[in-house]
Structure formats: structure tokens, C-alpha cells
Design a binder for this molecule. Structure first.
Ligand code: 13P
Length: 248
């Protein structure tokens, strides 16, 4: 199976305004020098359509989608609606949504399946809390989370996984490289166990306080297929060096 390119995605969360299309354009221009990297930005849904027209080779994604195709779900957006606006994929199961909106593993699997049905990609997030890390059972907890969140049809053609330790998000704290390597190896084993050969082709991104200073080391860890970047993706000055750090 051919190795997929590194995948570097910015999650803007609830940040940004229409004027920040200038940030996207600066990122898109710099990304042209790194055609071997799959680069993405997930702005708030209100910016997807405006950004999609100025994205160049940067793939625009959404931060969530509803599992249903349509219906009485006030305030929600379906995969097809996001696709029509210009999103090629969406993040599902981010820990902030699991915590704020009470999303379950089953909800996350249904959202990923809805994206696949619409012909879109998905980035499925998993990760342990600090309490779970300190319990010494992080690997068992996160692999179980992945197994329960994984849609049956998953393959590397449309699905990526992001390992984001909750305690590393927005904190400036990052697991030691050996811990990232051990978690990614365990997630790979789970993917292969659940999906067979298709599980070998799913990219596993790392997320949580990735910045220009630590990106090279993190992206060189075995089975780290890219990064899901929060704060450092909001500015071209901090996001572009992370794209540049991605190995070929
Ligand atoms: P930070 O890079 O700001 O820690 O956020 C990571 C994240 O949650 C990306 O989805």
C-alpha cells in the first residue's frame, strides 16, 4: 500500500472572521512550495463558503456535522450542506464537542458514516484526559474509544484518525515522543484489527500544542501521519513552518 502524504490540518475552533481570508491566502501561497503535503484548514462553518474560493491547494473542512441528512434538527448542518458550502471533509468527535455537547462514541461513528455517505472525508478524534493518563491506562482507554467510534466502512481513502490527549490541547504540554509513538502503534493495531488491510492505510495525526518548535520532532515519530493544529494554525507565521516540517 502506497504511503499517503503527510496531512497537516488547522482547526480554527470558534475563532476567525471573514477578514481572515488573508491568513488563508498566505497559508495557501506558502503551501504551494510543499505540494507533497496534504494541507487543510477547518474554519468556523460560517466561513467555509467564503474561504473555499481562496484556498488554492488547501483543503477546506468543517469542524463537525450532523449524522442525519436532513430534518428537524435546529441549528445543525448536514454533511451535504457543508459539502455544498465547500467543505471536503469534517472533524468529528473532537474532545471539546465530546465534553461540551456530550457526544458519544456512537454519535461520532454515525457522523463519520454520514460524511462517507456524502462522499466526504472525516478526521476522527480520540484522546485521554489527564486523569486517564495518570491512571496508567491511557492506551487501553483510547484504543477502546477508537474501536467504538470507528464506522464499519472506514478506510484510508476517506478516514483519518487524530490522537489528541485532552491535557495537551491548548496547554503547551506535549506527551514525550515515546508516549506518542506507543499510542500511535496501539491505534494502528486497533485499526488493523477492526478493518484488516484497510486499517494500514488510515493516517493517524497527532494533535495537542503542536507548534513550529516541536513539529519536526513530532512529525518524525513512527506512524505519525500528520498533525491537527489548533492555536498555531490561526496565523500563517506559525502554521506554515509546521507544514514545512512535514516529512516527505
Ligand atoms: P492546540 O494546537 O491549540 O493545542 O489545539 C489542538 C486541537 O485541539 C486541534 O484540534
Amino acid at each position: 500500500m502506497a504511503k499517503l502524504p503527510s496531512y497537516i490540518v488547522g482547526n480554527w475552533k470558534m475563532n476567525g472572521s471573514a477578514a481572515d481570508v488573508a491568513v488563508l491566502q498566505a497559508i495557501a501561497q506558502a503551501a504551494e512550495a510543499h505540494p507533497h503535503v496534504d494541507t487543510g484548514i477547518c474554519p468556523p462553518a460560517t466561513l467555509i463558503a467564503g474561504f473555499a474560493a481562496h484556498a488554492g491547494q488547501v483543503q477546506i473542512g468543517a469542524q463537525d456535522c450532523h449524522a442525519k441528512a436532513s430534518g428537524a434538527h435546529t441549528g445543525n448542518l448536514s454533511a451535504a450542506m457543508l459539502q455544498e458550502a465547500g467543505a471536503a471533509y469534517a472533524i468529528v468527535g473532537h474532545s471539546e464537542r465530546r465534553a461540551d455537547q456530550g457526544e458519544t462514541d456512537a454519535d461520532v461513528a454515525a457522523k463519520a458514516e454520514a460524511l462517507h455517505t456524502a462522499g466526504m472525508g472525516a478526521i476522527l478524534c480520540v484522546g485521554e484526559t489527564l486523569e486517564e493518563r495518570d491512571s496508567g491506562h491511557a492506551i487501553a482507554i483510547v484504543t477502546a474509544q477508537l474501536a467504538a467510534s470507528l464506522p464499519a466502512s472506514a478506510s484510508g481513502d476517506w478516514l483519518s484518525v487524530a490522537y489528541e490527549p485532552v491535557w495537551a490541547i491548548g496547554t503547551g504540554r506535549v506527551p514525550v515522543s515515546d508516549d506518542i509513538a506507543a499510542m500511535h502503534a496501539a491505534l494502528r493495531a486497533t485499526l488493523v484489527e477492526k478493518l484488516g488491510e484497510a486499517g494500514k492505510g488510515v493516517r493517524i495525526l497527532y494533535g495537542g500544542s503542536v507548534n513550529p518548535g516541536n513539529a519536526t520532532e513530532i512529525l518524525a515519530i513512527p506512524d505519525v501521519g500528520g498533525a491537527l493544529v489548533g492555536g498555531a494554525s490561526l496565523k500563517a507565521e506559525t502554521f506554515v513552518p509546521i507544514i514545512a516540517a512535514a516529512p516527505r
